[in-house]
Design a protein around this ligand. Structure first.
Ligand code: PSV
Ligand code: MN
Length: 388
């Protein structure tokens, strides 16, 4: 195994972006439960996100979703965030909640609907200029429910045209990341269902367009780390939306369903140059907590990513390559698994303390009294959640 000091040396480079929407109410199609202390404004969401960063040192930026997080003055919002010790990150567009988009947005056969959807992305790019955000993240709910409902090829062609218009509007240092998802809300076909489609679309656009991989957006049994390897190899992995799933797009705490999968993904991220300060790959969370308290949910998530990153950094690459060259299947597998089975929690606790962070961020948050305070303070108003 790699020596622990070298591995932990690289841990310093880990930065995870948290989503603003994680702090609002969310749920399933059966029920969205309200909870005390839920933010009413983007300012309150940022304050909650800042707590995650304060106790972990891992989450310096917050992704915004438009129009959920719209404000009049984004420079002021950026200053407010900076005052809390965090920055504004990726801007997520939203073309999945307006009646006009019922049959599609960027793929719609109705030119006026496409115009509206493209204009929404122009607005997002304007916001990115004001916030200094690098990435515009596009996920489309576009798709159909029944064979024959629409022309699959026509939709793909219109998607390419719409994306080209949006791409042409990007600033020099801005990027577009196109997220894929194999189903939901459409059930027969989705217009960007898989990494191959996203890759084909962004390849046609140019080098500022990349793929966003949401770990919850694959069919059961998919080898996600293979996709990670391939996109890194092709230079087209732009970002991750981390979460975990048991069945569908469950948006659960990352690493909760399958820690070994998260480890395997981080191994490929590191192997492919997608990790650390010299990498342009954005590591984001995309989670909505339905039952658990939201801030500790995010803390647990970023800690899980940190833990699996530490384990992945422990893989002895040289010994692994040697075993692979020698065709020693079980030795190679053993070297890989040795790193996964290493309990890094005690050394991570020490590592945190040596940096002035709490050894146990979950306990530190609990002891901070922050949850009690927001439960008492945030009375009245409209709690943020889906559609707000
Ligand atoms: C779609 O399921 C998705 O993963 C996209 O990233 C959306 O923007 C996000 O969820 C909203 O929670
Ligand atoms: Mn996502």
């Amino acid at each position: 195994m790699n020596d622990v000091a070298t591995a932990l040396g690289r841990l310093e480079e880990l930065a995870i972006e948290v989503p603003s929407w994680a702090y609002g109410n969310s749920g399933t199609r059966f029920r969205v439960f309200g909870t005390p202390g839920t933010p009413r404004t983007i300012h309150e969401k940022l304050a909650d996100a800042a707590m995650v960063h304060e106790v972990t040192g891992l989450a310096p930026t917050v992704a915004l979703h438009i129009p959920w997080d719209k404000v009049d003055d984004y420079s002021a919002l950026g200053e407010y965030a900076a005052g809390l010790g965090v920055g504004l990150g990726t801007i997520n567009s939203n073309t999945f909640q307006d009646d006009e988009y019922k049959f599609g947005s960027l793929t719609s056969s109705d030119a006026s609907v496409r115009r509206r959807a493209v204009d929404h992305h122009f607005e997002c790019i304007d916001i990115m200029h004001a916030t200094g955000s690098r990435d515009l993240k596009i996920w489309l709910a576009d798709g159909t429910n029944y064979p024959g409902q629409d022309d699959l090829r026509g939709r793909q062609d219109r998607l390419a045209e719409s994306l080209a218009e949006i791409y042409a509007r990007l600033g020099e240092s801005q990027r577009l990341v196109l997220e894929y998802k194999f189903f939901e809300p459409a059930f027969y076909h989705t217009d960007v269902p898989d990494w191959g489609t996203s890759y084909a679309q962004v390849l046609a656009l140019g080098e500022k367009a990349l793929v966003c991989l949401d770990t919850g957006h694959h069919a059961p049994g998919t080898n996600i780390e293979f996709i990670v390897m391939q996109l890194l190899r092709l230079g087209k992995l732009g970002s991750f939306d981390f979460n975990s799933r048991f069945y569908a797009d469950d948006d659960l705490i990352v690493g909760a369903a399958d820690p070994f999968q998260l480890f395997r993904i981080m191994v490929e991220v590191i192997r492919g140059g997608g990790y650390g300060k010299d990498s342009e790959v954005a590591l984001m969370l995309d989670q909505c907590h339905n039952l658990e308290e939201k801030i500790p949910g995010q803390i647990r998530s970023v800690l899980n990513v940190q833990e699996m990153t530490a384990r992945a950094l422990l893989v002895d690459r040289e010994a692994l390559a040697e075993a692979q060259r020698a065709g020693d299947v079980l030795a190679a597998n053993g070297i890989f698994n040795d790193a996964f089975y290493t309990d890094v929690r005690p050394i991570l606790a020490q590592w945190r303390e040596s940096r002035g962070l709490p050894a146990d961020p979950m306990a530190a948050f609990k002891a901070s009294g922050y949850q009690k305070k927001i439960n008492e303070d945030r009375v009245g108003g409209h709690q943020a959640g889906w559609g707000a």
